[in-house]
Design a protein around this ligand. Structure first.
Ligand code: PHE
Length: 474
């Protein structure tokens, strides 16, 4: 049964299998963040030292927070807004909560707004995520049509077509959003598991082959050095918040997506192990993406790094190699399916909030949210044409939206969720979820985890935000 079909007496439909959850959670985490965003952010922040910082942030803050969001979902059996309502008004689950008495109880009601903010962030991300997914779709089609054209695939021309044609970008964005809406209307189990399940292993193998190709280029040693040798002098005041923001984005933290996924978890799934696997897989794939892209970028004629780097570098490699178009088709198809998986996770989590409130049917909620994302997508989709002249320190509209959301809004929400888990959810409930068969290791880890959620994560997020703010002005 899809959650929509339950109607008013809706019961949450849980993942059919534990594997189904992994596929969906990894499917949500793994996407454009790894292949499109990580290389360009790592390059902008100077390479090795930033990569180290990013990996540390993923392990020390990303993983505990991911566990926290999954737990919020599993304990409340609600999506972000409903989970935050529970945190504010459900004394059985949250410490210090007071039952809802028909009127808003400030400041307690602020938790509900935190949930709403997360849903808003999801909508914003979905919008420009759809624009980049449109770029992926474009390159997929360009490779597909290459054998039919006399001149074959031309990397530079393909990018130029996209850059110069705002209408094409709007059209591709809407195609992507339409596909996402249709999949989400069909419901969680049929929707997400099926799409993502078949994709991952194929993509990982394909990536492996491409990484080998890329590493056989003469610039490989230099690229490896750039990626893994930490030169701390390259870090700036804003590097910590860039690293943290990217960790949140790539692990889908701060959007409420993982709360929704947690709410569909089976009773017997051990959350910390699930969180660990998702974090490890996702981080490894990002590092893999670095191995793929950097050998191609170092010494390349296009010196500028930026959001287009994936689309500048990889197609050139494929253009130059024999039967490159076959790899091009396969790579961009896989990347498209990965970004589809992530987009579906985003829309699913937005929609499930409406369903919790029983305001809309699944169908209506998906269409209304999809239309909202489409409207928000207009500015980034036109950032290389109509809004070409809107710039801030060399960044276009798409980059400005991306940076404001990921380095500004997301850390604030993540901080809020961290405090909600640490200071509101009842200790006994969390402990039961965390500690596995009373094993000493998980008991000890539980102590570290709660301390991280209550103190370490909030302090580090706050400090990174402060440094980033100072960095903006000096
Ligand atoms: N984590 C996804 C990526 O790296 C992006 C995403 C964020 C997906 C939030 C779903 C929810 O591409």
């Amino acid at each position: 049964m899809s959650p929509a079909q339950g109607g008013a007496a809706r019961k949450r439909s849980l993942w059919g299998t534990r594997f189904g959850f992994y596929l969906a959670a990894i499917g949500s985490a793994f996407g454009l963040g790894n292949l499109w965003r990580f290389p360009y952010v790592a390059a902008e922040n100077g390479g090795g030292a930033f990569v180290l910082l990013y990996t540390l942030c993923a392990a020390l803050i990303g993983l505990p927070l991911l566990i926290g969001e999954l737990m919020l979902g599993k304990l409340t059996r609600k999506s972000a807004i409903g989970a935050m309502k529970t945190v504010a008004y459900e004394p059985g689950i949250a410490d210090g909560a007071k039952p809802w008495r028909g009127k808003r109880d400030w400041p307690r009601h602020g938790w509900v707004w935190l949930g709403r903010l997360a849903v808003f962030a999801s909508l914003l991300v979905l919008s420009y995520y759809a624009v980049i997914s449109g770029w992926v779709l474009h390159f997929f089609m360009q490779f597909l049509m290459a054998p039919l054209q006399e001149s074959g695939f031309d990397a530079e021309r393909s990018l130029k077509i996209l850059r110069d044609n705002g209408l094409l970008q709007v059209a591709l964005t809407s195609v992507h959003l339409l596909v996402v809406i249709v999949v989400v209307v069909k419901g969680v189990q049929q929707g997400i598991e099926k799409w993502v399940g078949n994709l991952m292993p194929v993509f990982v193998v394909l990536l492996g082959v491409l990484v080998m190709k890329s590493l056989s280029s003469p610039t490989a040693t230099e690229a490896l050095r750039f990626l893994f040798y930490p030169d701390f002098s390259k870090l700036t005041l804003s590097s910590p918040i860039h690293a943290l923001g990217h960790v949140f984005f790539t692990l889908s933290i701060g959007f409420g997506t993982m709360i929704t996924f947690g709410s569909y978890l089976n009773e017997n799934t051990h959350i910390p192990s699930a969180g660990f696997r998702v974090t490890a897989m996702d981080t490894l794939i990002s590092l893999f993406a670095g191995l793929l892209i950097f050998p191609l970028v170092i010494g390349a004629p296009f010196a500028a790094m930026g959001p287009e780097v994936l689309f500048q570098s990889l197609p050139r490699l494929l253009e130059a190699s024999e039967s490159g178009f076959v790899f091009g088709i396969a790579f961009f198809l896989c990347l498209y399916l990965a970004s589809l998986g992530a987009s579906i996770g985003l829309l699913e989590s937005i929609v499930s909030n409406w369903l919790d409130d029983r305001l809309f049917t699944r169908r209506a909620a998906a269409w209304v949210s999809g239309a909202g994302a489409f409207l928000f997508a207009m500015a980034p989709a036109l950032s290389t044409t109509a809004f070409r002249d809107v710039h801030y320190e060399g960044r276009g509209v798409l980059e400005i939206v991306d940076a404001a959301l990921i380095n500004g809004l997301l850390p604030v929400i993540a901080l809020g969720f961290s405090l909600a888990v640490a200071r509101r959810l009842k200790h006994e409930l969390k402990r039961v979820e965390f500690v596995n068969d009373d094993s000493l290791t998980t008991i000890r880890m539980y102590g570290h985890w709660t301390a991280t959620m209550a103190w370490l994560a909030p302090l580090l997020i706050l400090s990174a935000m402060l440094l980033g703010l100072i960095g903006l002005f000096v």
